[in-house]
Design a protein around this ligand. Structure first.
Ligand SMILES: *Cc1c(COP(=O)(O)O)cnc(C)c1O
Length: 380
């Protein structure tokens, strides 16, 4: 098998030390040793989420945690705003519909960020709206929505703000309590540097209150049941023992690096990569609020972005992501979050240049790598 390089926005590379931590012999999920691990996981998650709220863990991908935030907050027929600026925003509408709720869709052109005033107007026009569902980072477009401002809007209303931060948490600063974010969702396989398989949900007081009136069906994803158990350092069902061992190692790693340093390094890789794309004459797909967790780039005229993605995968074993739906064939997306180094980033830029040249795009070979090297060099 070719050496695989993961540069897509999930799953991202897992540090070797964390892989070794997950090679420990399995222990029983009801043992005293595991209760201790569970307690440390709860403390570690609170630190990463920067919250005093309980952060529940589910054995699922991020979407399971998203689904739980509909099933546990709403009742049949309830109205909720779904901010749709891309593929993940659309997922909120799909989940709301699947549960028999009424999505109030706030459509944002792909590549743009939601305007908090538009949300304020919808909430003022219809006070029966129970919740606002949004992405911190809309991974399909690379746009970071203004979450802090949205929280100021919802704080003045009865509506609960639910933020999907699966691709954003730990890639840049999202202080949950400081910003007053009611519900924040994340997952293991992006900036958290773990394999896929864990979904996280932090639940604040306003959300806990709404939860009490929720009448939608739930079983595995019941917050009430898990709150009862997880506050006692155990899961209602069999816990993902191995992933928890990895998570403890990740918390140690984060402590060694420092969260602010992680945000700064992610920002530097993003800056270098974006400078490289500009040097190649390429433009960003995110016309507003481009995120530092990943970059969505428009392929040049005459080049199919899917061909770039395929070229990297098949010739070099490098995985980046293409566009979805309306952006398919137009963009490619490269991650800067998690355990991706400066030199992984340079390698990605080099590979993109080779693919673009191979696909007939005319530019000065090496210009992108040089621009990124300049950014990295100046930062040392
Ligand atoms: C990756 C991601 C998810 C979760 O996707 P899963 O495949 O269910 O893990 C949810 N929201 C956003 C914004 C994401 O980037």
């Amino acid at each position: 098998m070719k050496k695989v390089s993961l540069l897509a926005p999930g799953p991202t590379p897992v540090p070797s030390r964390t892989l070794l931590a997950m090679a420990q012999p399995l222990i029983h999920h009801r043992s005293a040793d595991f209760l201790e691990i569970f307690g440390k996981v709860r403390q570690g998650l609170k630190k990463v989420f920067q919250t005093e709220n309980e952060v529940l863990t589910f054995c699922s991908s991020g979407t399971g945690a998203m689904e739980s935030s509909v099933a546990n907050l709403l009742s049949p027929g309830d109205k909720a705003i779904a901010i749709r600026g891309g593929k993940f925003g659309e997922r909120w509408t799909e989940i709301l519909k699947a549960y028999g709720c009424q999505p109030v869709n706030l459509d944002v052109p792909w590549g743009q960020a939601v305007k908090p005033a538009d949300v304020a107007k919808l909430l003022a026009d219809d006070p029966s709206i129970k919740a606002v569902y949004v992405q911190a980072l809309e991974t399909s477009t690379g746009v970071a929505h203004p979450i802090e401002e949205l929280a100021k809007v919802t704080a003045k209303t009865d509506a609960v703000l639910v933020v999907d931060a699966v691709s954003a948490l730990l890639a840049y600063d999202i202080p949950v309590d400081k910003w007053g974010l009611d519900v924040v969702i994340s997952g293991s396989q992006k900036a958290m540097m773990l394999p896929p398989g864990l979904g996280f949900v932090s639940i604040g007081p306003k959300a806990l209150k709404l939860m009490e009136s929720s009448k939608l069906p739930k079983f595995y994803f019941s917050w009430a049941k898990e709150l009862k158990n997880q506050t006692q350092n155990k899961g209602a069902f069999t816990s993902p023992v191995t992933l928890f061992m990895g998570l403890l190692d990740i918390f140690d790693y984060i402590d060694e690096l420092g969260m602010q340093n992680i945000f700064a390094e992610t920002g530097l890789k993003s800056k270098a990569f974006k400078a490289a794309m500009a040097a190649l004459g390429l433009t960003l797909y995110s016309k507003e609020c481009p995120s530092q967790a990943l970059t969505a780039v428009e392929a040049p005229a005459g080049v199919d972005a899917q061909a770039v993605v395929k070229w990297l995968k098949e010739k070099y074993g490098i995985f980046i992501a293409g566009g979805q739906d309306q952006a398919k064939g137009k963009i490619f997306r490269v991650a800067h979050m998690g355990h991706i180094s400066e030199f992984d980033t340079l390698q990605g830029i080099s590979a993109i240049e080779m693919a673009l040249a191979g696909l007939g795009y005319k530019f000065e070979m090496g210009a992108g790598v040089a621009a990124a090297q300049k950014v990295f060099g100046e930062a040392i």
